[in-house]
Design a binder for this molecule. Structure first.
Ligand code: GTP
Ligand code: MG
Length: 312
């Protein structure tokens, strides 16, 4: 399955809701663009969780362009698509690989966001590109965490470095990077325990892991990926701010896009957080990960949207 089909798979629930709502705004003979229409459109957009700010901006421009005219759905939609693409525009930004030696990727996020699963998915992606991967089981806090990552490592064929439960996660990260250096691995991905962005001591622990890795390889970690759970909506925005204060994050992995009808949250994240969305999780299997490309996202969101049937 290509990028586009995967993003469509992830957007299935969002599409179902949004496409029905958008179609219902129009009649087959078109719709007069007036205040009533603009209010309704704004409501539909807000329902996707894209944020009041983005929805208002889009609707304002539609008003400026089309007010007092009768428009067909396709024409209005084309404008919305252009605006959404602009709102989400970002550098094409997959992983920044190290010039030489292992690329170290640290993964952080709140409890249950999808960190460990996303690591398995990333490992699978790199392995499929012929790279060698070392995983660092840096979640020494939650009982079953090491086991969970070990199972993935075994299934995917990645090397894993573990520590005792309760041991210092920074020392596990250190050993994982050392193993990656020694075995000349291409990528080393460090898992971390889930933590709330308000838990000061745990946030400091992240800073420590970051610092320790940076002493081993000057540029490392080359990526700090913040995993956000798409089903928790705009709460991710405040998580991103706090995590970036502790360790400067380089990008977002948005997990569980398939689990929400409010996939518009990506728009809010892109608009309000100064970080690129690098990958999107679209299911629970290791292959259910896709690169985030804003234009594809917008096209997938509205693909298959058929105009209202004649006579309605
Ligand atoms: N549908 C769906 N489920 C996902 C996705 N990513 C993760 N999950 C599920 O979400 C749950 C939590 O995922 P984990 O990867 O364990 O999350 P975590 O952030 O490592 O959790 P902690 O280590 O406890 O903080 C699991 O049941 C995963 O299968 C996704 O993209 N789609
Ligand atoms: Mg985990």
């Amino acid at each position: 399955m290509g990028f586009f089909d995967k993003i469509k798979q992830g957007l299935a629930k969002t599409k179902q809701l949004l496409n029905t709502d958008v179609r219902d705004l129009f009649k087959s003979q078109g719709r007069l663009i007036d205040d009533a229409f603009l209010d309704e459109l704004r409501g539909v957009l807000i329902k996707t969780d894209m944020g009041v700010q983005a929805a208002t901006a889009i609707v304002e421009q539609i008003g400026v362009k089309f007010r007092a005219r009768v428009m067909q759905m396709e024409e209005v939609l084309a404008d919305i698509k252009v605006q959404l693409k602009q709102l989400m525009a970002q550098d094409e930004a997959p992983i920044r690989f190290a010039a030489s030696g292992p690329t170290v990727i640290m993964v952080a996020g709140v409890n249950g966001a999808g960190k460990t699963t996303s690591i398995a998915k990333l490992a699978q992606l790199f392995l499929s590109q012929g790279k060698t991967v070392v995983l660092g089981a840096g979640d020494t806090f939650r009982a079953a965490a090491v086991e969970q990552l070990s199972i993935w490592a075994g299934r995917l064929g990645a090397q894993i470095v573990k520590g005792e439960q309760g041991s210092d996660p920074a020392s596990v990260a250190h050993r994982a990077v050392a193993v990656a250096l020694e075995s000349k691995a291409d990528v080393c991905i460090i898992d971390t325990a889930g933590r709330l962005q308000t838990q000061q001591n745990l946030m400091q622990q992240l800073t420590k892991i970051h610092r320790v890795i940076g002493k081993q390889i000057p540029d490392a970690p080359h990526e700090v990926l913040l995993v956000l759970d798409a089903t928790t909506g705009q709460n991710g925005i405040s998580q991103a701010r706090h995590f970036t204060d502790a360790v400067s994050c380089s990008g977002i992995v948005l997990a569980k896009l398939d689990g929400t009808a409010k996939g518009g949250v990506v728009v809010a994240i892109r608009q309000q957080v100064g970080l690129p969305v690098k990958y999107v999780g679209v299911g629970e299997r290791p292959e259910d990960l896709t690169l985030f490309v804003p234009d594809d996202f917008v096209e997938a969101l509205f693909e298959d949207l058929v105009p209202p049937a004649a006579g309605r």
